[in-house]
Design a binder for this molecule. Sequence first.
Ligand code: PMP
Length: 355
Amino acid sequence: MMINFGAGPAHLPEEVIQGMQTAMVNAEGSGLSIMELPHRGSAFKMILEELNGLVKSLLEVPDNYEVLWIQGGGRMQFAMLPMNFLQPQTTAGYLDSGFWAQDAMQYAAGYGDVIALGSSAEDNYGYIPELEIPHDRELSYLHLTSNNTIYGTEMQSFPDVSFPLIADMSSDIFSRKVDVTKFKLIYAVAQKNIGIAGVTMVIIDKAFAAKGHQHLPEILQYRAYMEHASIVNTPPVVAIYSCLLHLRYIHKTGLNTTQQHNEAKAQMLYNFIIENNSYLRLTAQKDFSKMNVCFEFINPVYNKQFITFAKQNDIVGIEGHRRVGGLRVSLYNAITLEDVSKLIEVLGRFIIMHR
Ligand code: PMP
């Protein structure tokens, strides 16, 4: 089997893949394939209840929050957020920490005033910019990206602010503990640390959701997803079920152990890159991500050669994003220490061959 270090769709735990295989024929003993399971039936109701329960227990989500499952991916959240909570004459703040942060900001620009409260764009997003909080204006919300998938930087702490705090946690959700009560809304796309593409998890403060605009079609209102327990239309049952299998897997170890495991994996790889600084260098300057490690060979001809060499050694998904180049190794929860050791061994062999 190949080791997939891709940033998303990412490597899935073996038991998620096997669980999906079983459910393709018989989902949770219902006698029906997960692909034909009725979305208003009791089996799917139980799937959603267990899934929401796992999210709440893993992240210690208080009762004044709701967990929602919405289609359309990250970009749908980029759009729904301003549609629901921004209007002409009101302002939203965005921390411009990477491509996805900037994309989210651009989606909002048509709905009201949008300001960047700090940006590292001029330094190729090599670090998390300092947050500059305005004291002369109210913000409808303040949007952060906890982990910048493309640039390999990650926020280590979150600010205390008087405005509703929103976070895109797509690429580091369930990789570490987080204080949900700091946020009014957290969203995370599937296909990294949860399930397969087709659904996005949203954790929203109920009172905040109720303040969203009402003139929108239901399919775009957080309130409607809350009132209809995520079943506003036919939901992506297969993708949602894959999230349940994935969270059952994470729940077995718990978030504390998962976090330690992720720290150990990242440290091992960063140490190797730093120790081999005659050949390799990190792309980011600081705020290094534990989920996406971005680096490159100092001699650029070796990047492509290494990608080919890695593939011959059953390692895939390590190309850097096209905006950055070089290499990117994603260390989501399903990646093991042994997988990282194997990568390091292959990198070491390549370096010896080219000394
Ligand atoms: N936010 C982050 C942090 C991402 O890494 C991505 C890419 N998976 C997105 C948003 C965009 O998600 P989607 O492709 O589902 O629109």
